[in-house]
Design a protein around this ligand. Structure first.
Ligand SMILES: NC(=O)c1ccc[n+]([C@@H]2O[C@H](COP(=O)([O-])OP(=O)(O)OC[C@H]3O[C@@H](n4cnc5c(N)ncnc54)[C@H](OP(=O)(O)O)[C@@H]3O)[C@@H](O)[C@H]2O)c1
Length: 295
Protein backbone atom coordinates (compact mmCIF):
# COMPACT_ATOMS: atom_id res chain seq x y z
CA UNK A 1 0.00 0.00 0.00
CA UNK A 2 1.35 3.44 -0.88
CA UNK A 3 1.72 6.02 1.89
CA UNK A 4 1.49 9.71 1.05
CA UNK A 5 2.47 12.42 3.52
CA UNK A 6 0.83 15.77 2.81
CA UNK A 7 2.67 18.66 4.44
CA UNK A 8 0.36 21.68 4.71
CA UNK A 9 -2.69 19.40 4.98
CA UNK A 10 -4.93 21.96 6.74
CA UNK A 11 -4.60 24.47 3.92
CA UNK A 12 -6.72 25.21 0.88
CA UNK A 13 -5.02 22.64 -1.36
CA UNK A 14 -3.77 20.31 1.39
CA UNK A 15 -7.27 19.66 2.77
CA UNK A 16 -8.44 18.63 -0.72
CA UNK A 17 -5.35 16.46 -1.22
CA UNK A 18 -6.19 14.52 1.93
CA UNK A 19 -9.54 13.57 0.36
CA UNK A 20 -8.08 12.79 -3.06
CA UNK A 21 -6.23 9.67 -1.89
CA UNK A 22 -7.85 6.38 -0.81
CA UNK A 23 -8.71 6.22 2.91
CA UNK A 24 -5.76 5.14 5.03
CA UNK A 25 -3.17 6.02 2.35
CA UNK A 26 -2.74 9.75 3.11
CA UNK A 27 -1.40 11.36 6.28
CA UNK A 28 -1.56 15.05 7.05
CA UNK A 29 1.03 17.29 8.69
CA UNK A 30 0.49 20.97 9.45
CA UNK A 31 1.03 23.59 12.13
CA UNK A 32 -2.30 22.47 13.60
CA UNK A 33 -5.39 20.32 12.87
CA UNK A 34 -3.49 17.39 11.31
CA UNK A 35 -2.35 13.81 12.00
CA UNK A 36 1.08 15.26 12.72
CA UNK A 37 1.55 18.69 14.26
CA UNK A 38 4.59 19.95 12.42
CA UNK A 39 6.45 23.18 11.79
CA UNK A 40 8.61 22.48 8.73
CA UNK A 41 11.23 24.95 9.91
CA UNK A 42 11.87 22.58 12.82
CA UNK A 43 14.12 20.08 11.04
CA UNK A 44 14.22 17.58 13.90
CA UNK A 45 10.41 17.43 13.90
CA UNK A 46 10.39 17.18 10.09
CA UNK A 47 12.87 14.27 10.20
CA UNK A 48 10.87 12.48 12.94
CA UNK A 49 7.64 12.86 11.00
CA UNK A 50 9.07 11.47 7.75
CA UNK A 51 10.88 8.68 9.58
CA UNK A 52 7.69 7.70 11.42
CA UNK A 53 5.40 7.75 8.38
CA UNK A 54 7.92 6.12 5.99
CA UNK A 55 6.04 7.59 3.03
CA UNK A 56 6.40 6.46 -0.56
CA UNK A 57 5.46 10.02 -1.54
CA UNK A 58 5.64 13.42 0.19
CA UNK A 59 3.56 16.32 -1.11
CA UNK A 60 4.96 19.64 0.10
CA UNK A 61 2.21 22.25 -0.13
CA UNK A 62 3.00 24.25 3.04
CA UNK A 63 4.25 27.70 2.09
CA UNK A 64 4.38 31.34 2.97
CA UNK A 65 2.67 32.75 -0.08
CA UNK A 66 1.05 36.08 0.66
CA UNK A 67 3.33 38.17 -1.59
CA UNK A 68 3.20 41.39 0.46
CA UNK A 69 3.99 39.45 3.67
CA UNK A 70 6.87 37.65 1.94
CA UNK A 71 8.22 40.98 0.73
CA UNK A 72 8.22 42.31 4.30
CA UNK A 73 9.64 39.06 5.79
CA UNK A 74 12.15 37.71 3.24
CA UNK A 75 14.11 35.58 5.72
CA UNK A 76 10.98 33.75 6.85
CA UNK A 77 9.81 33.36 3.24
CA UNK A 78 13.14 31.75 2.22
CA UNK A 79 13.17 29.62 5.36
CA UNK A 80 9.72 28.13 4.71
CA UNK A 81 9.59 28.15 0.89
CA UNK A 82 13.19 27.15 0.18
CA UNK A 83 15.33 25.93 3.11
CA UNK A 84 12.63 23.65 4.56
CA UNK A 85 12.16 22.34 1.05
CA UNK A 86 15.88 21.53 0.82
CA UNK A 87 15.61 19.61 4.10
CA UNK A 88 12.50 17.77 2.88
CA UNK A 89 14.24 16.89 -0.40
CA UNK A 90 17.23 15.39 1.41
CA UNK A 91 14.96 13.40 3.75
CA UNK A 92 12.89 12.11 0.82
CA UNK A 93 16.00 10.89 -0.95
CA UNK A 94 17.08 9.20 2.26
CA UNK A 95 13.82 7.23 2.72
CA UNK A 96 13.33 6.65 -1.03
CA UNK A 97 10.16 8.75 -1.30
CA UNK A 98 9.00 10.71 -4.30
CA UNK A 99 8.77 14.44 -3.50
CA UNK A 100 5.98 16.53 -5.02
CA UNK A 101 6.63 20.24 -4.56
CA UNK A 102 3.72 22.59 -5.23
CA UNK A 103 5.02 25.69 -6.94
CA UNK A 104 3.62 28.75 -8.63
CA UNK A 105 3.29 30.88 -11.76
CA UNK A 106 5.16 33.56 -9.76
CA UNK A 107 8.45 31.91 -10.80
CA UNK A 108 7.81 33.87 -14.00
CA UNK A 109 7.00 37.49 -14.69
CA UNK A 110 10.41 39.15 -15.05
CA UNK A 111 9.94 39.25 -18.78
CA UNK A 112 7.06 38.64 -21.13
CA UNK A 113 7.11 37.37 -24.65
CA UNK A 114 6.17 39.57 -27.51
CA UNK A 115 3.57 38.65 -28.54
CA UNK A 116 2.70 37.22 -25.13
CA UNK A 117 2.37 33.45 -24.89
CA UNK A 118 1.92 31.27 -21.81
CA UNK A 119 5.15 30.01 -20.22
CA UNK A 120 6.25 26.42 -20.89
CA UNK A 121 8.06 24.26 -18.34
CA UNK A 122 11.28 24.65 -20.36
CA UNK A 123 11.19 28.47 -20.27
CA UNK A 124 13.78 29.97 -17.92
CA UNK A 125 12.30 31.18 -14.63
CA UNK A 126 12.55 34.88 -13.81
CA UNK A 127 10.68 35.81 -10.61
CA UNK A 128 10.15 39.45 -9.68
CA UNK A 129 9.33 39.37 -5.96
CA UNK A 130 10.40 37.58 -2.77
CA UNK A 131 7.57 35.06 -2.92
CA UNK A 132 8.49 34.05 -6.49
CA UNK A 133 12.23 34.05 -5.76
CA UNK A 134 11.87 31.89 -2.64
CA UNK A 135 9.67 29.36 -4.48
CA UNK A 136 12.18 29.33 -7.36
CA UNK A 137 14.92 28.53 -4.83
CA UNK A 138 12.70 25.72 -3.45
CA UNK A 139 12.35 24.29 -6.96
CA UNK A 140 16.13 24.29 -7.47
CA UNK A 141 16.68 22.48 -4.17
CA UNK A 142 14.19 19.79 -5.21
CA UNK A 143 15.81 19.28 -8.61
CA UNK A 144 19.34 19.17 -7.18
CA UNK A 145 18.60 16.89 -4.22
CA UNK A 146 15.93 14.43 -5.34
CA UNK A 147 16.13 11.97 -8.19
CA UNK A 148 12.38 11.28 -8.06
CA UNK A 149 10.38 14.48 -7.94
CA UNK A 150 7.44 16.33 -9.44
CA UNK A 151 7.36 20.11 -9.38
CA UNK A 152 3.77 21.10 -10.00
CA UNK A 153 3.29 24.78 -10.81
CA UNK A 154 -0.21 26.07 -10.39
CA UNK A 155 -1.96 29.46 -10.18
CA UNK A 156 -5.05 31.39 -9.08
CA UNK A 157 -6.28 28.72 -6.65
CA UNK A 158 -9.62 28.78 -4.89
CA UNK A 159 -11.09 26.06 -2.69
CA UNK A 160 -13.74 25.07 -0.19
CA UNK A 161 -11.27 25.62 2.64
CA UNK A 162 -10.26 29.19 1.79
CA UNK A 163 -6.60 30.00 1.70
CA UNK A 164 -5.28 30.39 5.26
CA UNK A 165 -2.12 32.03 3.99
CA UNK A 166 -4.36 34.80 2.69
CA UNK A 167 -6.30 35.14 5.96
CA UNK A 168 -9.07 32.73 5.00
CA UNK A 169 -9.84 34.41 1.71
CA UNK A 170 -9.56 33.49 -1.93
CA UNK A 171 -10.67 35.47 -4.98
CA UNK A 172 -14.09 33.79 -5.22
CA UNK A 173 -14.92 34.34 -1.55
CA UNK A 174 -13.59 37.92 -1.68
CA UNK A 175 -15.82 38.73 -4.67
CA UNK A 176 -18.86 37.19 -2.96
CA UNK A 177 -18.20 39.11 0.27
CA UNK A 178 -17.76 42.43 -1.59
CA UNK A 179 -20.94 41.92 -3.58
CA UNK A 180 -22.90 41.15 -0.42
CA UNK A 181 -21.67 44.44 1.10
CA UNK A 182 -23.50 46.12 -1.80
CA UNK A 183 -20.62 48.43 -2.76
CA UNK A 184 -19.12 48.63 -6.30
CA UNK A 185 -16.59 45.88 -7.03
CA UNK A 186 -13.54 47.07 -9.03
CA UNK A 187 -11.60 44.33 -10.83
CA UNK A 188 -8.69 44.53 -13.27
CA UNK A 189 -9.17 43.82 -16.95
CA UNK A 190 -5.50 43.91 -17.98
CA UNK A 191 -4.19 40.93 -16.00
CA UNK A 192 -4.87 37.35 -17.05
CA UNK A 193 -5.33 34.22 -14.93
CA UNK A 194 -6.32 30.55 -15.16
CA UNK A 195 -8.77 30.13 -12.25
CA UNK A 196 -8.11 26.71 -10.73
CA UNK A 197 -10.28 24.90 -8.21
CA UNK A 198 -8.24 23.25 -5.42
CA UNK A 199 -10.39 20.08 -5.56
CA UNK A 200 -9.72 19.59 -9.29
CA UNK A 201 -6.02 20.21 -8.76
CA UNK A 202 -5.87 17.77 -5.83
CA UNK A 203 -7.43 15.01 -7.95
CA UNK A 204 -5.00 15.83 -10.77
CA UNK A 205 -2.03 15.67 -8.40
CA UNK A 206 -3.16 12.28 -7.02
CA UNK A 207 -3.05 10.93 -10.59
CA UNK A 208 0.32 12.48 -11.42
CA UNK A 209 1.72 11.23 -8.10
CA UNK A 210 1.82 7.62 -9.28
CA UNK A 211 1.72 7.93 -13.07
CA UNK A 212 3.87 10.89 -14.15
CA UNK A 213 7.58 10.65 -14.91
CA UNK A 214 9.83 12.87 -12.77
CA UNK A 215 9.87 16.51 -13.89
CA UNK A 216 8.13 19.88 -13.90
CA UNK A 217 4.44 20.15 -14.82
CA UNK A 218 2.12 23.11 -15.20
CA UNK A 219 -1.29 22.16 -13.78
CA UNK A 220 -4.06 24.74 -14.06
CA UNK A 221 -7.59 24.63 -15.42
CA UNK A 222 -8.05 24.77 -19.18
CA UNK A 223 -8.41 28.26 -20.61
CA UNK A 224 -7.74 31.69 -19.19
CA UNK A 225 -9.47 35.02 -18.70
CA UNK A 226 -8.96 38.42 -17.12
CA UNK A 227 -9.64 38.77 -13.38
CA UNK A 228 -12.59 40.95 -14.42
CA UNK A 229 -14.04 38.12 -16.54
CA UNK A 230 -13.44 35.70 -13.67
CA UNK A 231 -15.41 37.99 -11.33
CA UNK A 232 -18.22 38.30 -13.88
CA UNK A 233 -18.44 34.50 -14.17
CA UNK A 234 -18.48 34.16 -10.35
CA UNK A 235 -21.46 36.51 -10.07
CA UNK A 236 -23.17 34.68 -12.94
CA UNK A 237 -22.61 31.21 -11.41
CA UNK A 238 -23.66 32.33 -7.92
CA UNK A 239 -26.62 34.29 -9.38
CA UNK A 240 -25.57 37.53 -7.69
CA UNK A 241 -26.40 40.93 -9.15
CA UNK A 242 -23.18 42.83 -8.36
CA UNK A 243 -22.03 46.29 -9.36
CA UNK A 244 -18.89 45.07 -11.16
CA UNK A 245 -16.63 47.78 -12.61
CA UNK A 246 -13.57 47.32 -14.90
CA UNK A 247 -10.29 48.96 -13.86
CA UNK A 248 -6.64 48.88 -14.92
CA UNK A 249 -3.89 47.44 -12.70
CA UNK A 250 -2.13 50.84 -12.54
CA UNK A 251 -5.00 52.08 -10.36
CA UNK A 252 -3.88 49.76 -7.54
CA UNK A 253 -0.81 50.27 -5.36
CA UNK A 254 0.88 47.02 -4.28
CA UNK A 255 3.53 46.51 -1.62
CA UNK A 256 5.32 44.12 -3.99
CA UNK A 257 6.07 43.86 -7.69
CA UNK A 258 3.53 41.78 -9.58
CA UNK A 259 4.50 39.65 -12.58
CA UNK A 260 3.43 41.54 -15.68
CA UNK A 261 2.38 38.25 -17.23
CA UNK A 262 2.62 34.72 -15.81
CA UNK A 263 0.11 32.47 -17.60
CA UNK A 264 1.19 28.82 -17.59
CA UNK A 265 1.21 26.76 -20.77
CA UNK A 266 -0.41 23.40 -19.98
CA UNK A 267 0.38 21.50 -23.18
CA UNK A 268 2.93 19.19 -21.47
CA UNK A 269 0.17 17.98 -19.12
CA UNK A 270 -2.21 17.60 -22.08
CA UNK A 271 0.39 15.55 -24.01
CA UNK A 272 1.04 13.30 -21.00
CA UNK A 273 -2.34 11.57 -21.37
CA UNK A 274 -2.92 12.31 -17.68
CA UNK A 275 -4.78 15.62 -18.01
CA UNK A 276 -7.99 15.61 -15.97
CA UNK A 277 -8.30 19.36 -15.36
CA UNK A 278 -11.64 20.89 -16.44
CA UNK A 279 -12.28 24.16 -18.28
CA UNK A 280 -12.04 26.96 -15.73
CA UNK A 281 -15.78 27.75 -16.05
CA UNK A 282 -16.71 24.09 -15.34
CA UNK A 283 -14.45 24.04 -12.28
CA UNK A 284 -16.19 27.16 -10.98
CA UNK A 285 -19.62 25.66 -11.71
CA UNK A 286 -18.80 22.59 -9.58
CA UNK A 287 -17.44 24.81 -6.81
CA UNK A 288 -20.60 26.96 -6.83
CA UNK A 289 -22.78 23.85 -6.66
CA UNK A 290 -20.80 22.45 -3.71
CA UNK A 291 -20.86 25.84 -1.92
CA UNK A 292 -24.62 26.16 -2.32
CA UNK A 293 -25.02 22.73 -0.64
CA UNK A 294 -22.96 24.09 2.28
CA UNK A 295 -25.10 27.19 2.82
N1 LIG B 1 -3.29 30.07 -3.29
C1 LIG B 1 -2.90 30.30 -4.54
O1 LIG B 1 -3.52 31.05 -5.31
C2 LIG B 1 -1.65 29.60 -5.08
C3 LIG B 1 -1.25 29.86 -6.41
C4 LIG B 1 -0.11 29.22 -6.91
C5 LIG B 1 0.59 28.34 -6.12
N2 LIG B 1 0.22 28.13 -4.83
C6 LIG B 1 0.99 27.20 -4.00
O2 LIG B 1 0.11 26.18 -3.59
C7 LIG B 1 0.46 25.72 -2.30
C8 LIG B 1 -0.77 25.63 -1.42
O3 LIG B 1 -1.41 26.89 -1.33
P1 LIG B 1 -2.75 27.05 -0.48
O4 LIG B 1 -3.57 28.06 -1.20
O5 LIG B 1 -3.32 25.70 -0.18
O6 LIG B 1 -2.16 27.70 0.86
P2 LIG B 1 -2.70 27.67 2.36
O7 LIG B 1 -4.18 27.53 2.41
O8 LIG B 1 -2.08 28.84 3.05
O9 LIG B 1 -2.07 26.31 2.93
C9 LIG B 1 -0.74 26.21 3.34
C10 LIG B 1 -0.73 25.40 4.62
O10 LIG B 1 0.62 25.27 5.06
C11 LIG B 1 0.67 25.58 6.46
N3 LIG B 1 1.98 26.07 6.85
C12 LIG B 1 2.47 27.32 6.72
N4 LIG B 1 3.69 27.40 7.29
C13 LIG B 1 3.95 26.17 7.78
C14 LIG B 1 5.04 25.61 8.50
N5 LIG B 1 6.11 26.35 8.84
N6 LIG B 1 4.99 24.31 8.86
C15 LIG B 1 3.91 23.55 8.55
N7 LIG B 1 2.84 24.01 7.88
C16 LIG B 1 2.87 25.31 7.52
C17 LIG B 1 -0.39 26.64 6.64
O11 LIG B 1 -0.74 26.76 8.02
P3 LIG B 1 -1.27 28.20 8.58
O12 LIG B 1 -2.46 28.56 7.76
O13 LIG B 1 -1.58 27.93 10.02
O14 LIG B 1 -0.14 29.17 8.39
C18 LIG B 1 -1.52 26.11 5.76
O15 LIG B 1 -2.32 25.17 6.45
C19 LIG B 1 1.57 26.64 -1.79
O16 LIG B 1 2.79 25.96 -1.90
C20 LIG B 1 1.55 27.83 -2.73
O17 LIG B 1 2.84 28.37 -2.92
C21 LIG B 1 -0.90 28.74 -4.29
Amino acid sequence: MSRTLIIGSAGQLGSELLCAFPPGEAFGADLEAADFQLDITNYNALRSCITEVQPSCVILTAALHEPAFCEAHPQLAYQINALSCLETAVLCRHVGARLIYISTDYVYGGYSFSPARPFQEIDPVRPVNVYGKSKTAGERYVIENCSDYLIIRTASLYGQNPCRGKKGRNFVETMLARAREGSPVHVVTDEMCSPTCARDLAEQISILATAAPSGIYHAVSKGFCSWYDFAREIFFQFKIDADLLPVQRMNFQDAFRRPAYSLLDRSKLARSGLDYMPDWQDGLKKYAAARSLEI
